[in-house]
Write a protein that binds this ligand. Structure first.
Ligand code: FAD
Length: 380
């Protein structure tokens, strides 16, 4: 079916960046199951692709901090912005720290299309497995078998299967001797147990919160959703959440004692949308009374709003998750090349690895930076 020097498995963010950096003379093929490349790029960031973040920090990733730092020490957000600048794309800063395409995510896909010859793109080709063969690799697909001297696994994680995601990269890794850190949906909404079912009546309301879990504090918005809770604070929390309790401060920066000086009904001075304030007062068994009539017992009940502890039932699953956490264990990968320490000429880049960032452009930055390290190693 094909014979080449380098087979790049997956035509998503990391595979496309790798191919773009390898240049036109390199003998590679990109194998992609979808009919088009970059499906996740196209839908990302509300259609404008949040490429990276001004505050790039390995601590915003779940994974081995030292491994991640090694990659960013060479290819960071400035490198990425410069690179896109040289391709004629000037990302714009929005939401204070996040860089987006000025108009559309198609601008990124267009850059990759210009740098990658269509003759090197094998689309609508589903990868089924990889085996070592004759000093290289045999790659089985639903359209036949090809061979390559070198394989780069860039097949991403398992989130959004409708956009082509599959667990094939993990299967290939395990078959070639690489342990996989247990995977789970990440950057995803959380579902509720009975005690919090009343949250569902608030569907559509967003409130600023501070969520504490796993010795981390996350400050951003929580969105009450039909199936549970979502919004940026919850998506980030899902990256770190192990089954068990989280604590939500629904009144960050608000001193409860100030209520006792208010002549107005509690639902007015409480800094929550009125419908949410009412639902919480009902749930806490507090009557809506003038703030200054609050006694110590009432204040004690209201304190729960500042430290609302509950155990979510689970996540909304891979069909809604922006990322997968876990993946190919990075201790089996050389961070200077992205090459396997167990199987020469096998490389891993992007989300298939056990590295997952928070919301805010961190995951594309990882995909692009790990691809750049790999490209440099292959070309050297
Ligand atoms: C809705 C959504 C919005 C997002 N928004 C952002 C954002 O704004 N900023 C950000 O940083 N991150 C965002 N992400 C996360 C980001 O898209 C991923 O982390 C990133 O795309 C990972 O790059 P990758 O190359 O590792 O994998 P992918 O981009 O997923 O590419 C993997 C490719 O491999 C192909 N593939 C998989 N299995 C097979 C197979 N068996 N055969 C053939 N091909 C296969 C897939 O079709 C896919 O094209 C978002 C994710 C989602 C789902």
């Amino acid at each position: 079916m094909f014979r080449c020097e380098t087979a790049i498995l997956g035509g998503g963010a990391s595979g496309l960046m790798l191919a773009s950096l390898l240049g036109p003379r390199h003998d590679y093929r990109i194998l992609e199951g979808n009919a088009t490349i970059g499906a996740k790029i196209a839908v990302s960031g509300g259609g404008r692709c949040n490429l990276t973040n001004r505050r790039l920090d390995p601590r915003r990733y779940r994974g081995d901090e030292r491994f991640i730092s090694r990659i960013f020490a060479r290819y960071d957000n400035r490198w990425l912005l410069d690179w896109f600048g040289r391709q004629g794309l000037e990302p714009v800063l929005r939401k204070r720290w996040q860089y987006f395409c000025p108009h559309s995510a198609q601008e990124v896909i267009g850059i990759f299309r210009r740098r990658i010859s269509p003759s090197k793109l094998l689309v609508s080709t589903r990868i089924e497995g990889v085996e070592p063969a004759d000093g290289g690799f045999r790659i089985r697909t639903d359209r036949g078998t090809g061979t390559a001297r070198r394989v780069v696994v860039a097949t991403g994680g398992m989130s959004y299967p409708r956009l082509g995601a599959s667990g094939i990269g993990l299967k290939i890794a395990e078959a070639l001797g690489h342990p996989v850190v247990p995977t789970a949906p990440a950057l995803v909404g959380l579902t509720l147990q009975k005690g919090e079912f009343f949250f569902k009546s608030l569907s559509g309301i967003a409130v600023p919160v501070r969520i504490t879990l796993a010795e981390r504090a996350i400050e951003s918005d929580l969105l009450f959703a039909h199936r549970g809770i979502s919004g940026p604070a919850v998506l980030d929390a899902s990256l770190w959440w192990e089954r068990g309790e989280i604590a939500v401060d629904f009144l960050p920066g608000f001193a409860l004692e100030s209520l006792t000086r208010s002549p107005r009904q509690l639902t007015s001075p409480l800094p929550l949308p009125r419908r949410a304030a009412k639902a919480f007062l009902d749930a806490l068994g507090v009557r809506d009374m003038a703030g200054r009539r609050c006694d110590a017992e009432t204040l004690k009940r209201l304190e729960r709003l500042k430290d609302y502890r509950f155990a979510p039932a689970g996540t909304m699953g891979y069909s809604r998750a922006e990322a997968m956490r876990g993946g190919v264990a990075t201790d089996g990968i050389d961070p200077d090349t992205m090459q396997s320490r167990k199987c020469p000429e096998l490389y891993f880049v992007g989300e298939v690895l056990d590295v997952t960032g928070e919301v805010g452009g961190y995951n594309f930055q990882w995909a692009f930076s790990s691809a750049a390290v790999c490209a440099e190693a292959i070309e050297s």
